[in-house]
Design a protein around this ligand. Sequence first.
Ligand code: ASN
Length: 494
Amino acid sequence: KDGSLDKIINKWASSSKTSSQVTSLTSTTSAGQKATPVKSKYVIASDSSFAPFVFQNSSNQYIGIDMDLIKAIAEDQGFEIEITNPGFDAAINAVQSGQADGMIAGMSVTDARKATFDFSESYYTANTILGVKESSNIASYEDLKGKTVGVKNGTASQTFLTENQSKYGYKIKTFADGSSMYDSLNTGAIDAVMDDEPVLKYSISQGQKLKTPIAGTPIGETAFAVKKGANPELIQMFNNGLANLKANGEFQKILDKYLASESSSASTSTVDETTIWGLLQNNYKQLLSGLGITLALALISFAIAIVIGIIFGMFSVSPYRSLRVISEIFVDVIRGIPLMILAAFIFWGIPNFIESITGQQSPINDFVAGTIALSLNAAAYIAEIVRGGIQAVPVGQMEASRSLGISYGKTMRKIILPQATKLMLPNFVNQFVIALKDTTIVSAIGLVELFQTGKIIIARNYQSFKMYAILAIFYLVIITLLTRLAKRLEKRIR
Ligand code: ASN
């Protein structure tokens, strides 16, 4: 009554009150304006499965409102784009670390995000809504007590779930992409999902057996984003282009194409993808190119790892203490960091750090980052294999040779290493198999190798059982063939 409460609230919340005021959806930019691109090409990151905004059609192209919109705007404004689809959370990371210049992914404009992103004018507005299986008896948030709700990492829906968790007592399970989340709902691993309303409703219109028992909650408008302070001309061009597309009816056409009530023709497949044969027939090109990336990653990184590993392995048995210490530190540090974190650190962390110091965006190619991470990781293990091999040769041989006046280097080359190599060979083959399997881990940075290729295909057709079986067989065949080959080589070297 005496106004203290108001004073406290004003003191802490007055700024957020103004920033949460919702801007009107009608654009303030008028049609006919142009901005000038600064870069020859802009990298735009997006989600991997977020229909109708962005998803793959049956010929493996990314389509959807966002894809059509950004392409139409780039054409209208005369700038070049390259689109990548690593998933929502990875796209956010990509923009933050300067790997991408902008992102369009049905992205909601939230107050928290405004602190790190600059947004364009909005082109859509969305609620977050709960989705459950058709047969589920969850009818209110209260019914979620003790149940598990799935959500995509880094999304506005996740923020909503976290904020209301203590109130309703559910568990939250986060996913890297929409397809694994919906898969988990279908298989019963989770009880509900929280996602944007148009996305859930679209999947229902496409035949998913789901329902939305509770009305949605507004999470803000949908807009294009760049990293705060970066690429201002890109936002300007987006706004200008959006205004033009609205004025000439092109924008409405894009919306109608994906949101018209009858299911969009874009997603109907010509080949039946419910059989293994159909899956292979329709996706073999994509799978082979994924396999190519996997093999290239494994072979190149292993070749580099052998060189680095042998150097550090030799260091570790050197008579010089300093070299032994250097080798020990290398092995301990690399072996002590999980590969996925190493890859994320190289791909997102280092460019972000460099940018914060130099102010220059310095993106690193995902393949290069993956190769570096895999090389370092395998090198640490190879260094240990080399050390083990050399130390397994009885120390008396070195002593005998040295007492005959033969130098350390020569003894190593002529007496120790020939025997040690024999001991190391089987371990090298082993390490190569591990390196090949480890390539799946670096898919976390959005690198489209074989595993990621499979996940993208599943995101489109939900055939997880058959698709993962196909992937397993691919790896099995490749690894078996390569180990046979390696064994032959081993025999010859012996
Ligand atoms: N609307 C979601 C968000 O902004 C975007 C998404 O899931 N792709 O968090």
